[in-house]
Design a protein around this ligand. Structure first.
Ligand SMILES: *Cc1c(COP(=O)(O)O)cnc(C)c1O
Length: 394
């Protein structure tokens, strides 16, 4: 066992927005011995997880499972559907849209970036009207894909993907809709088919409650058709060989056998709770977290009341308070890990994740740790966030 935190006794409270807490049932499953990934037992497991994961994305189309983190699945979505030099329209929601844009550019795609400026910058969701207007002006259909982040993990802002699909349709534009729901899926409502998403991207270590290491691309019939002629170089991430092998429950290369054991459990757990119950649990936890923030007299990074993320809340620290120094104190005293501020809001926010395997008492513990930590740090709080959250969760 690593001795990194040997001085901290008791349970570690992991409230960073990925990796999320891994349930014991999943940890047990991934500890089973590896099996022959070309043998008959594995084929049964493969078929089961490949069909089960479709329920999570709410799709009847194939879902590609990579041995990769979410970033690998970002890359897979682009290289399978685009050709070198293609133009993609992206939307700046925060640090993750920035990283995805950078990745697209490194792969040789042209990008155009929409977004908010001024006070709304990094504090609001995707404005679908801006996408519609830009697509309408693209009469020559130079834009090949619209890429948006569903749940922006760096800011705690969620965007309406059905509205983005509507905008693309209203502009009568053939661009693909590619959605990053790495931190949204399985914690926030997601409907791949109904929302007309062409490629939905996810990773295993957030709402899916697994260790990092699996990446997902849920793909539409249109995306599969386009992938047959898309000219970007690709090998490991190419859908065609994977889809062929997946027909019988196998992969062309060695899959992450043990993580797939875990995925099997994760799907069963989510379906047993019922996806609607899972989503309302996260909404309830998120409201309680916001009630705490408001009782403290602090602000959330998200300033649109209709766009608060159900999976992570970014709290803006008072002027002059270094959020990272505060996080360090909280970690050392209370064995609680909170998310750091990313990119341009580094040091200005800390993030409380309530994604995946989170319940009322684990969230209350995190809120309590924040509250005690802020007091110890000398921050004047208006009132008790713990009490406010308890009221809401009672
Ligand atoms: C975590 C995350 C990613 C990146 O995933 P990795 O697993 O770190 O590669 C991408 N997008 C969003 C929105 C994320 O939250």
């Amino acid at each position: 066992m690593l001795k990194l935190d040997s001085h901290l006794s008791g349970r570690h409270f992991l409230h960073v927005p990925g990796p999320s807490q891994i349930p014991a049932r999943i940890l047990r499953a991934i500890s089973f011995p590896a099996i022959d990934h070309r043998g008959p037992e594995f084929g049964q497991l493969g078929l089961k997880v490949l069909s089960g994961i479709k329920q999570i994305f709410k799709t009847t189309q194939p879902v590609i499972i990579y041995s990769a983190s979410g970033t690998g699945a970002w890359e897979g979505a682009l290289v399978n559907t685009l050709s070198p030099g293609d133009l993609v329209l992206m939307y700046e929601t925060g640090q993750f849209s920035n990283l995805w844009k950078k990745l697209a550019e490194r792969l040789g795609f042209k990008t155009e970036y929409l977004g908010q400026s001024g006070i709304k910058d990094w504090r609001c969701g995707v404005d679908a009207a801006k996408i519609e207007a830009r697509l309408k002006s693209d009469t020559g259909h130079q834009i090949k894909a619209v890429c948006v982040v569903h749940n922006e993990t760096s800011t705690g802002v969620i965007s309406d993907m059905a509205a983005v699909r509507k905008a693309i349709n209203a502009a009568k534009h053939p661009a693909l809709l590619i959605v990053d729901s790495v931190s949204g899926l399985a914690s926030a409502e997601y409907r791949h088919d109904e929302w007309g998403v062409d490629v939905s991207i996810c990773g295993s270590q957030k709402g899916m409650m697994l260790p990092p290491g699996l990446g997902f691309n849920a793909i539409s019939a249109k995306a599969i058709e386009i992938s047959k002629t898309a000219k970007s170089p690709k090998a490991f991430l190419a859908w065609d060989d994977i889809l062929e092998a997946n027909k019988t429950g196998y992969w062309p290369t060695t899959p992450s056998v043990n993580l797939l054991y875990g995925l099997h459990e994760s799907i069963e757990m989510l379906m047993a709770e019922g996806l609607d119950n899972v989503f309302s649990r996260h909404q309830r936890l998120a409201s309680a977290c916001r009630a705490a923030v408001s009782a403290w007299g602090l602000e959330t990074q998200c300033m649109d009341s209709a766009a608060h993320s159900p999976v992570v809340t970014a709290v803006v620290t008072p002027e002059g308070v270094d959020a990272d120094a505060l996080r360090k104190l909280i970690h050392e005293r209370y064995n609680l890990s909170l998310g750091t501020g990313l990119g341009k809001i580094k040091g200005r926010v800390f993030r409380i994740a309530h994604m995946g395997d989170c319940n009322a008492l684990s969230l209350l513990a995190a809120i309590s740790g924040c509250e005690m930590g802020m007091k110890a740090f000398g921050i004047k709080l208006k009132g008790s966030g713990v009490l406010a959250a308890q009221e809401l969760l009672q």
